[in-house]
Design a protein around this ligand. Structure first.
Ligand SMILES: Nc1nc2c(ncn2[C@@H]2O[C@H](COP(=O)(O)OP(=O)(O)OP(=O)(O)O)[C@@H](O)[C@H]2O)c(=O)[nH]1
Ligand SMILES: [Mg+2]
Length: 410
């Protein structure tokens, strides 16, 4: 600014020197105040410095089904888009003290997987649970080793239980025709189908499909977050996903969706169609058939939610519809005569027996189970949640992902 031009009009006035100085001071402070006000207003908009109006950024990255942060957590101002780690900590402690969901973190694991299990648990504790203190439940088909229990107890922040699975929930039932099952496994081996030879893998898939939520140690819980050994959590989870599910009337939450190996579920869809023909009343209005099928349900497009990550309500699995559905599938023997996975079984049930808006895609949870990673959509949320993953690594729009099919039904 040209000072001479600024004070020239003052010289014209016939004022004494002191009055002129006072007037000059008043005018300069007014100008300075205006400049500071504009700068402050701009700095409140966290994304402005990246040249993107925050309203646009929010509409790109926010999860439309969930209310904004401030409705779920303690009251926050729009400036909380630029949360610093210390603010996150304070926020969570307050929230933690007020309300927690009836939920547990759940891992099925083998003793031999101790290191991989510790790795997953440490990461989830660091990114989420050390601030929330949810309990852990570890399940195994054999007793957990002393080392497993001791090491795990050291890394969890909340209460922990180690439990054995009742044998009749795990092992292949007597009524399965073993000759037929062996023949099917041999064929899968010849066809190079992953886990084609494994009976224990089939036990695990059947257990996860129809039994885990009946385990005595899980009866006291409604919600679970399924965690596997050797997975990664890439972003801070500073909003309680269980409470978000609860408050938004959700039942099933996922992060990755993809195509199943067709040969492992050759007769699954036919069985589903038979079940539905006999029990049409279980099918929800506004279901996700458009995600599961390209032809209105005639054939299955193999899309499913990847169930190694699940945040869900066990009361859905305990419901009449799902219990009836699982028993019907189980009676066909497809868990052993083929290699039906808990992922398509859970996904088809959630997709058909729930309205689609009760299924939650957790975009903001960066998650990796080799070989696929989900990284949140949009640079804004990756920064806000301090994610260690890169957006371009996200599986969501790659070849075998079903994300576009999920999005098309909304
Ligand atoms: N206790 C126990 N847990 C098992 C057994 N088989 C698998 N699991 C667990 O079941 C879950 C799924 O098994 P994974 O071997 O990871 O199967 P997957 O995710 O389809 O395949 P990967 O690509 O190998 O991870 C993991 O939590 C395993 O620890 C078993 O025989 N006993
Ligand atoms: Mg796995």
């Amino acid at each position: 600014m040209d000072i001479a031009a600024f004070i020239a009009p003052l010289r014209q006035l016939r004022l004494n020197k002191i009055t002129r100085i006072i007037l000059l001071l008043v005018l300069s402070s007014t100008v300075l105040f205006s400049v500071l006000t504009i700068a402050y207003t701009r700095s409140r908009d966290s994304s402005y410095m990246f040249g993107i109006p925050s309203a646009l950024l929010r509409s790109n990255t926010s999860n439309s089904s969930f209310p904004p942060l401030e409705r779920v957590r303690i009251p926050t101002t729009p400036e909380s888009n630029t949360t610093t780690p210390s603010e996150v900590h304070e926020d969570v402690l307050l929230n933690n003290g007020t309300h927690r969901a009836n939920a547990t973190l759940l891992m099925l694991a083998r003793n031999t997987e101790l290191d991989a299990a510790l790795q997953s648990v440490r990461e989830l504790e660091e990114k989420f649970n050390h601030q929330f203190g949810y309990p852990w439940v570890f399940l195994n088909n054999v007793p957990f080793s002393k080392a497993f229990k001791e090491k795990m107890t050291e890394v969890v922040s909340g209460p922990v239980e180690f439990a054995m699975i009742p044998p009749h929930h795990w092992y292949q039932p007597d009524w399965i025709d073993e000759e037929k099952a062996t023949q099917s496994r041999n064929t899968m081996v010849e066809e190079n189908i992953i886990y084609g030879a494994s009976v224990s893998y089939r036990n695990m898939c059947r257990f996860n499909s129809g039994f885990f939520y009946h385990h005595p140690v899980l009866q006291k819980y409604k919600w679970y977050w399924r965690v596997e050994p050797d997975v990664h959590f890439h972003c801070i989870v500073d909003e309680d996903p269980f409470l978000k599910m609860e408050e938004n009337n959700k039942v099933y939450g996922f992060t990755i969706t993809l195509i199943e190996f067709e040969k492992t579920i050759a007769s699954l869809w036919k069985t589903v169609k038979d079940f539905i023909a006999e029990n049409p009343h279980y099918v929800a209005p506004n279901n996700s058939m458009g995600f599961l099928s390209e032809d209105g349900g005639e054939t299955y497009n193999l899309c499913h939610f990847w169930s190694n990550f699940e945040i869900a309500d066990m009361d859905f699995w305990r419901s009449e519809a799902y219990s009836h559905f699982f028993d019907y599938l189980d009676a066909q023997g497809g868990f052993y005569y083929e290699r039906w996975g808990d992922a398509p079984v859970h996904s088809i049930a959630a997709g058909l027996f729930l309205p689609k808006d009760r299924i939650q895609f957790f975009d903001e949870i960066g998650y990796e189970h080799h070989p696929f990673t989900h990284c949140p959509h949009g640079a804004g949320i990756i920064r806000k949640k301090h994610c260690s993953c890169r957006g371009w690594r996200s599986f969501d729009y790659q070849g075998y992902s079903c994300m576009r099919k999920w999005e098309r039904i909304f």
